[in-house]
Unconditional design. Structure first.
Length: 338
């Protein structure tokens, strides 16, 4: 289900979801050239074929996928397109020997849970790889527990091990503000922050750090850690999704999985969203994904408990109204989970 309301060449995408936690996620392909191994310098009166540069970098392709596979997020998409343009121009300038230090690419992604931060970080890693700014373009997603140790001497090796794995790609630190605990004077998180600051400065040609989390807490974190703030070049804010966007995300997810909502189920799902938003722990697209997961369970039980002796392909694909309305969000209490 394509969505390109922006018009023009700004386009985007999303691959099937991946779990979060500490993991190495490879980019689409690895091993492209690094920016430093570019061709020999061009002469003063040489010209660069812009369309060739564009297609070589795959930037249009990656942005197009981002646009078609990710619903909404227009401000985010437009910031990414701007960064991509900057890098493409930077790359061309280098061919003429212009500009020496490479642009700072460390970023901060702020927004509520389930607004697509991890998904976009994966896309960003891929984009930077295609543009030649990251050797490998994989993403290592971590939280405080993956970086900070429990006793003296534990933290530095732990942090360094994660950094080693992330080299050549993106280190994504979710809820980065938990690294900083001012109430605890001897907190080892400070050690991690110091190592990170060093590496963000010294290894910026080989590692991009993206810190992520709730907007207000990130602001406090940056206020208390000016060193971190000054190393982040791009602050990108992820807005909450509207109900209409969440409905489109639901269709996209179901479509990927070979399911669909029939007309009544679609109406029920819209009502579900309105109610779910008011309940605790609402997490935007993540709540949608979880709700659909549960409706698939109900559909399966419904089919197996039905009187039917044969099932059509459509029976197996269709989520009906009851599969949605049986949620306890509608006031029923006979079921675990919302
Ligand atoms: N704009 C979107 N279009 C389609 N699917 C989306 C979109 N945003 C998020 N999703 C889906 O919603 C789920 C949650 O997204 P993601 O994990 O990227 O959010 P997050 O901001 O990192 O959340 P958290 O803060 O909870 O880690 C993923 O399964 C992703 O595929
Ligand atoms: Mg996430």
């Amino acid at each position: 289900m394509a969505e390109s309301s922006e018009g023009g060449p700004r386009q985007f995408s999303l691959r099937p979801p991946r779990s979060s936690g500490t993991e190495n996620i490879p980019a689409a392909d690895a091993g492209s050239t690094s920016i430093d191994s570019a061709e020999s310098e061009l002469a003063e009166d040489d010209v660069i074929d812009l369309s060739l540069e564009r297609s070589d970098s795959k930037v249009v392709e990656v942005l197009a996928r981002l646009d078609s596979e990710l619903v909404g997020l227009l401000p985010v998409k437009s910031r990414i397109a701007d960064i991509a343009s900057l890098l493409l121009v930077d790359k061309m300038r280098r061919r003429f020997g212009l500009g020496s230090s490479r642009p700072n690419l460390h970023m901060s992604f702020t927004g509520s849970p389930g607004t697509g931060k991890t998904t976009v970080a994966l896309r960003m890693a891929e984009l930077l790889h295609h543009l030649g700014y990251l050797r490998k373009g994989h993403l290592v997603a971590v939280t405080r527990d993956d970086l900070v140790g429990q006793y003296i001497g534990h933290t530095a090796p732990k942090t360094r091990e994660v950094l080693k794995r992330a080299m050549g790609g993106v280190l994504f630190i979710d809820e980065a503000y938990y690294l900083y605990r001012p109430e605890n004077e001897r907190d080892y998180g400070q050690e991690t922050i110091e190592i990170l600051l060093q590496v963000m400065e010294n290894e910026r040609d080989d590692l991009v750090v993206i810190v992520a989390g709730y907007r207000d807490r990130m602001e406090t974190f940056f206020q208390s850690n000016p060193g971190m703030n000054s190393r982040i070049a791009h602050h990108i804010d992820f807005p909450d999704y509207s109900d209409a966007e969440l409905e489109r995300i639901a269709e996209l997810i179901l479509n990927e999985q070979g399911y669909y909502l029939d007309d009544d189920a679609r109406i029920a799902f819209a009502e579900y969203l309105t109610l779910r938003r008011e309940r605790p722990h609402f997490a935007n697209a993540r709540s949608v994904r979880n709700a659909l997961e549960r409706s698939r369970l109900r559909q399966a039980s419904r089919l197996l408990n039905s009187e039917k002796t044969v099932l059509t392909k459509s029976d197996l694909m269709r989520i009906d109204e009851l599969d949605i309305r049986a949620s306890r969000v509608f006031g029923r209490v006979d079921e675990a989970g919302a």
